[in-house]
Design a protein around this ligand. Sequence first.
Ligand code: MOS
Length: 718
Amino acid sequence: MEINAPQSTDRATLGKPHARIDGPAKVCGTAEFPGDVHPEHMAYGVLVTSPMARGRIVRMDTTAALQGAGVLDILTWRNVGNAVAPIGHMMADGWANSTLRPLASPEIHYAGQIVAVVIAETLEQAQAAAHAIRTGYEAAPHVGERGDPGANAVPLATLREGFEDPHVGDFAAAYATAATTVDARYSTPIQHHNAIELPTTTSVWDGDTLTVYEPTRFVGAARNGLAAQLGIDPAKVRVVAHFIGGHFGSKLALSQHTVLGAIAARRLQRPVQIVVSRADGFTIANHRTETQHAIRLGADADGRFVALSHTAEVATSRFDTFAMEGTDVTTALYACPNIASAERVARVDRNTPGPMRAPPEVPYLFALESAVDELAHALRIDPVELRRRNDTLKNPVTGDPFTTRPLMRCFDAGAAAFGWAARSAEPGATRDGAWLVGHGCAAAARPVKIGAAIVRVTQTADGAVHVETAHHEIGNGLYTLLAMTASERLNVPVGKVRVDLGDTALPAAGISGGSATSTTLVNALAEACRQLLAQPAGADRSVEVAFTPPGSEPSTIDNLRKGHLKLASTPKDKLAWTFGAHFVEIGVHADTREVRIRRHVGAFAAGRILNPLTARSQLLGGMIWGQSAALLEETIVDPRTGAYLNRDLAEYLVPTAADVGAMTAILLEDDDPAVNPEGVKGLGEIGIIGVNAAVANAVFNATGRRVRNLPIRLETLA
Ligand code: MOS
């Protein structure tokens, strides 16, 4: 689909606000999301999923369902079996968000596992037939959550070759002699992404060529993974996703439903669409694992950290080893000569978790930034001042320097805008009518990541520019950003730039994740524009540039074309991070204990800001998700069945407009020529990090209650 800004005759300038060029298409409903595709003669698929966590199917009767009106086919393990070849996990040089082969056997590994797919002429007929399938299960004992008997946590190092827990100095000795210490445990719950757009897949065969319309954040991985699952040439598979209605870390190619849609379409010789229900989306997509943290933090009498220990435990599935560690950040954020850490992974009978909204930093900094606040209170030192005393220009574990270190500038700008100086340090001292009022702050920090991409730029003699790359628009404003970049660098009106994204027919690009999109794509496109300008003007000209981060392996572009991508941190031997500081004013009702966010200021330093309009929008979105993670979001596991109980947006709570108070996002200068040629750091996720701790710290300031387990709800404070 073609996206351009026909009205605009201005040349865009990076760093100046620019409205989204795809805004009109989205507002008018002409933007084509993958699920909007309805090829002629399309049939509808509905998933049937396991209600229990572990065991096997002992009986499945599809006779009545197959006789239902309009029913065309039912896929089960009996007719799929070995049809799907095994593929690896995306984080381990594969393409899948789960290595469990769909419909391979009657064995059940988690609640929500697909046990059948019903295909019918209409969605309603497929749903009715799904209900008519009679299935008998034999249940086996299951482990529902991290911490349950049988979860048997092991060191991450035993699951991941080469992983070493960060440590330096002698923690135990330094902690034993510290003047003031904090020793506390924190936990965060299971959470689910719940993007507005559900997972969908629409498969269309034309002879032996397959086209799949699917909101995936890595079309290249979906293409190559699907080809491997089906045993066909990747050149025969095309994956299209012009727009994605949010992923927040889900839609990590490939999920279990996609290949089943392709198999159904091949059996029926007609297009098949599967729109996953909200409830099944909880297990088709991955989720944020529950986490637990033990922090011990010791300081001298002046508040200088002398000892820090962080032991963290997460959960993963039985059949995958996926885990994302966060102690690399918590052990590097502040100066401290004696540091110990340990990452542990428990195994549960649930589907494999995945990345979600700044995966490690959100839970890990909740623990560290809560502990820093506890220490500040114990020392009677202002929490901003305590962080200033422990600011560092280098990683205390490795000695590597930060490329820039604007953390305290974030705190100072945020504190000034918030009016932090007027805060009372005494818990429970501030009242506004029936409301106890509290103020809290916390740091945000995240390593910058960058990937590889191939970008093609073509300019015709009339000056019109065409940018093509198989990256994705996930609501982050990539169409706009690439049009702005080409407009500025080629000195043409932004309305003369057409951008094509989200299609494996375009030059290969990587995953929309890790806050690496603008960092990767703007550097790649800027390089392509430089090369284009080196060609003679006035005639048609075109370049295709394969951009790789400095220090990349020679195989990087080959791997990109195969749908594999590892994000990298550059430069080597330096820490390039984005930073932020959150300031939150909270109200806790004295009688009902209702918790309300009244004000929230976030100040961020994230390299060169390319489009302040979409940047601020993204940061505000992140801040709201942070409030949500602190006060609302939690997925409950039913201990009887191991299934998620609150699999809908009525009982899985997310914030509405009425939940969000006054919000300010401040963007600070962060000129970092060392990070990459364009000085771009990416800010997709920095907005959410640390908000949960700032909220919990504000709740303590309001009430004197230290809440160490999220979310913080009315009943928590009763
Ligand atoms: Mo992010 S949850 O790595 O897309």
